[in-house]
Design a protein around this ligand. Structure first.
Ligand code: DAH
Length: 341
């Protein structure tokens, strides 16, 4: 028995513990409950009772020395192991919190709203899901007008009481809602999304943004319209721009015009964007048609007014040199993050 104890002591002394793994192996071999030291203790009953105390002491000494060796190794590794969670590298730079940015369309819309607000226009909104009546009828569209066609309009449900339900194709129905709701004088702009059933390409999309304007008061003339648009264009596109009013047609205005500004990319010399013409179309406008006023309960003998409607997205594309309108609607963070302040 003494020989076994001495042999084991030698083995313990000779066991090299250089890392955690070896420490684990050492414990498994010697100090655990089913280890080799415990096995020797189990054999104590074979020893003659007179010798047991002495052998027992030897065994205890063996056990203590093995435990001391393991504890010493443990302390050694604790000193060099570093922080308790080695997976955390405190020298790494911190993560920035994610901060969104204003969408390019909202930036342009924001500028438009600021300019018109400063001129005394307030903001009105209306539903994107609209009734045929507001989108077309009350705006003086004849029953068979081609704009009502399925090709242009997304109908949601047809033949409902109160007319077909559709996605509004322009912001002009908000004019109607405002006129039905308020007494003149009226001075509002109506920004919002509109929908058209068009082939999707880099230049056109099924949804886009418009900003509508409406001014009704006594003795409002086409000269007021021109002055307002001119002031807007200089603030929006630069003090050097020139304007051109071309006669046009809309069912809800008479007379009607389309407005061009000198191309603010080439200064009017002619480039790829303005198709060498030197002009960019920015809006439709005109004097509110007497029928529209009557439809909304406003006496056209007493009141006159002008209206205009412009696209927002194209300005955003031109201003920020984005060459595909679809990028404005895909919500790709790689694109949007480029507009953070
Ligand atoms: N609603 C027209 C469109 O979507 C734009 C427009 C033209 C609005 C003339 C107006 C206007 O208010 O007077 O094409």
């Amino acid at each position: 028995m003494e020989t076994s104890i001495r042999q084991l002591q030698q083995e313990i002394d000779g066991f090299e513990i250089r890392n955690q793994k070896e420490l684990e192996a050492f414990r498994l071999e010697f100090t655990v409950r089913k280890g080799r030291i415990a096995a020797l203790f189990a054999r104590l009953k074979e020893v003659a009772p007179s010798e047991r105390p002495a052998v027992g002491q030897l065994l205890n000494a063996l056990k203590l020395s093995a435990e001391a060796k393991a504890d010493e190794a443990d302390a050694r590794f604790a000193e060099t192991a570093g922080p308790a969670h080695p997976a955390i590298d405190i020298s790494l730079p911190g993560r920035r919190s994610f901060c969104g940015s204003e969408h390019p369309v909202q930036k342009v819309l924001g500028d438009m709203k600021r300019i018109f607000s400063a001129m005394g226009f307030s903001i009105a909104t209306g539903p994107e899901l609209e009734l045929d009546e507001y989108n077309f009828d009350l705006l003086n569209f004849p029953p068979n007008h081609p704009a009502r066609d399925m090709q242009d309009t997304f109908f949601v449900s047809r033949g409902q009481e109160g007319g077909d339900v559709l996605l509004r194709t322009h912001t002009s129905p908000v004019q109607v809602r405002v006129m039905l709701d308020q007494k003149p004088p009226i001075r509002v702009i109506c920004p919002g999304k509109v929908y058209r059933n068009e082939a999707i390409s880099a230049r056109s999309y099924c949804v886009f943004h418009q900003l509508e304007g409406l001014y009704i008061d006594k003795n409002v003339s086409f000269a007021d319209l021109k002055a307002t648009i001119y002031s807007f264009a200089r603030q929006m596109f630069g003090t050097d721009v020139k304007l051109r009013f071309r006669p046009s047609f809309f069912p809800f205005t008479e007379p009607s015009a389309e407005v061009d500004v000198t191309c603010y990319l080439c200064g009017g010399k002619g480039c790829r964007v303005c198709k060498k013409s030197g002009w960019l179309e920015i809006m439709g406008c005109g004097m509110v048609h007497p029928n529209v006023m009557r439809n909304c309960g406003i006496d056209p003998e007493e009141w006159t007014g002008y209206a205009f409607g412009m696209g927002v997205d194209r300005t955003a594309l031109l201003r920020y040199k984005i060459d595909d309108i679809r990028l404005l609607f895909e919500n790709d963070v790689r694109m949007l993050a480029q507009f953070s302040a």
